[in-house]
Structures are given as structure tokens and as C-alpha cells.
Design a binder for this molecule. Structure first.
Ligand code: PGA
Length: 251
């Protein structure tokens, strides 16, 4: 039985006061006895999040990392810095990074490798654009994004790696994939992993992301291959995010 995981991707939003209010509400409202919750704040707020969540069961991580150890990489954040705040998750290959910051499959592979090497957990984001879906390329695109990592790190790493399937057309658009549409891709992803190892495929958590709301969460989380959610917009609203975590707990 895979434990459900719900992650908050704050993207480039927030300030100290708003974060503080959100974090208090998360600590108060989220019961991590029966599910895992993870918060991804902007890097500059990692210290604030680490302090606020220190005595809670809620974990946290960073939205992007540099694959290099240290040195002349102006503007970047290293894995050792992330570890300094006892964070344990790293978001890798979010579609916004793939689109706007040139995170190609090769770059994503380097970041996944470095994250695993540092003993942290990569949350690997994959997903197709609307044009790709309409051209029936969903499996080719998502399969290619996963195979690039699989070929580089091997199947056993997927006992650690969390996959987040996020159709690009559903991110921030209010258009959630239907539970059936999402389940079909999740089943495809698990099948792909199963070709390498049925046991690892059964253990690997595959989250859905793309306009997840409290109202849609439960039906999504009830699908057999959906193991939780990666939540953007709704993670900035305390009541919504707490309710989404509650939905994961209830399944
Ligand atoms: P959204 O974002 O929930 O606002 O669609 C999800 C994500 O980009 O991770």
C-alpha cells in the first residue's frame, strides 16, 4: 500500500507574513499520521519554512537546485545548502522550468542524479502540452521524460524518486484532467516502470498535478494509480490545501 503524498508548490509567491500564516494553518490542520505533506517554498524562505515546520510532521524542499556542488554559479542553490536546512525533497523538471529555464531532459537527469547522490528525494515532474495531447503524443512525451531518467539512474532509484504527472494544459488553468484521463497516464507510467521491475513499480509514488482543488482531490486520489497531488494555486490558500490533505488521508 503506497502512502499518499500531497505537496504544495508555492512557485514564486509569498512573503514572510503570508508564509507565516499559511504555515501555522498547515501545522494546525494537516494530520501527517496517515499521509505525507511536503511544502516547496521559494528558496529564500527555506529557513522560515524549516523553522515553522521543525516540530511538525510536514516535510519541505526546494523548487529547483543546481547539479554542481559549489562555486561560480551566480544565482544558483546547491544541494548542500538545501541539506543545511534539513530539507529532504527537490522538485526537478517542473514544466515551468522546462519551458522557461531550459531544463531539458539532460539537465533534469543531472539534477536527479545530484539529488539522489546527496541523499535527498527528487520529485520528478513530467507532462505533455495540449498540442502534444491533441497529436496523441502524451505517452511518447511522458515516456521519453521518464526513460531519460530511468536510463541514467536505473530502476532501483525509483524506490526513492517520486513522480509528479502534470499535464501542462492543466497547470494554473483551472482545467483539471478528469480522474479517468489522469488515471490512464498514471497507469501507463506505472506500466513503464514495471517493464524494468514490477516490485519497484508498485512502490513508486506517482502524484497528479494541474489545478487540483479541494473539490476535485478526493475523486482523483481514489484512482488506483494516483498516489497524491502536487498543488500550485490551491496551496496558497490554507483551507484549500488542508482540505486536499484531508482528502488524501481519507482515501
Ligand atoms: P496548479 O499548479 O495547481 O496551480 O495548476 C500545479 C503545479 O504547477 O505544480
Amino acid at each position: 500500500m503506497r502512502r499518499k503524498l500531497v505537496a504544495a508548490n508555492w512557485k514564486m509567491n509569498g512573503d514572510k507574513a503570508a508564509n507565516s500564516a499559511l504555515l501555522s494553518a498547515f501545522v494546525e490542520g494537516i494530520d501527517t499520521q496517515a499521509m505525507d505533506a511536503v511544502v516547496f517554498p521559494p528558496a529564500v524562505y527555506l529557513d522560515q519554512v524549516a523553522s515553522a515546520l521543525a516540530v511538525s510532521g510536514i516535510r519541505y524542499g526546494i523548487q529547483n537546485v543546481c547539479a554542481a556542488d559549489m562555486g561560480a554559479y551566480t544565482g544558483e542553490t546547491s544541494l548542500s545548502m538545501v541539506k543545511d536546512f534539513t530539507a529532504d525533497y527537490v522538485l526537478v523538471g517542473h514544466s515551468e522550468r522546462r519551458e522557461m529555464f531550459a531544463d531539458t531532459n539532460a539537465v533534469v537527469v543531472d539534477k536527479v542524479k545530484a539529488t539522489l547522490g546527496a541523499g535527498l528525494i527528487p520529485m520528478l515532474c513530467v507532462g505533455e502540452t495540449l498540442e502534444q495531447r491533441e497529436a496523441n503524443q502524451t505517452e511518447t512525451v511522458v515516456g521519453g521524460q521518464i526513460k531519460a531518467v530511468l536510463d541514467a539512474v536505473g530502476i532501483d532509484a525509483f524506490e526513492t524518486i517520486v513522480i509528479a504527472y502534470e499535464p501542462v494544459w492543466a497547470i494554473g488553468t483551472g482545467k483539471t484532467a478528469s480522474p479517468e484521463q489522469a488515471q490512464a497516464v498514471h497507469a501507463y507510467i506505472r506500466g513503464l516502470l514495471a517493464q524494468a521491475s514490477a516490485a519497484v513499480a508498485q512502490k513508486c509514488r506517482v502524484l497528479y498535478g494541474g489545478s487540483v482543488k479541494a473539490a476535485s482531490a478526493q475523486e482523483l486520489f481514489q484512482q488506483p494509480d494516483i498516489d497524491g497531488g502536487l498543488v500550485g494555486g490551491a496551496s496558497l490558500l490554507a483551507d484549500e490545501f488542508v482540505a486536499i490533505c484531508q482528502a488524501a488521508k481519507g482515501v
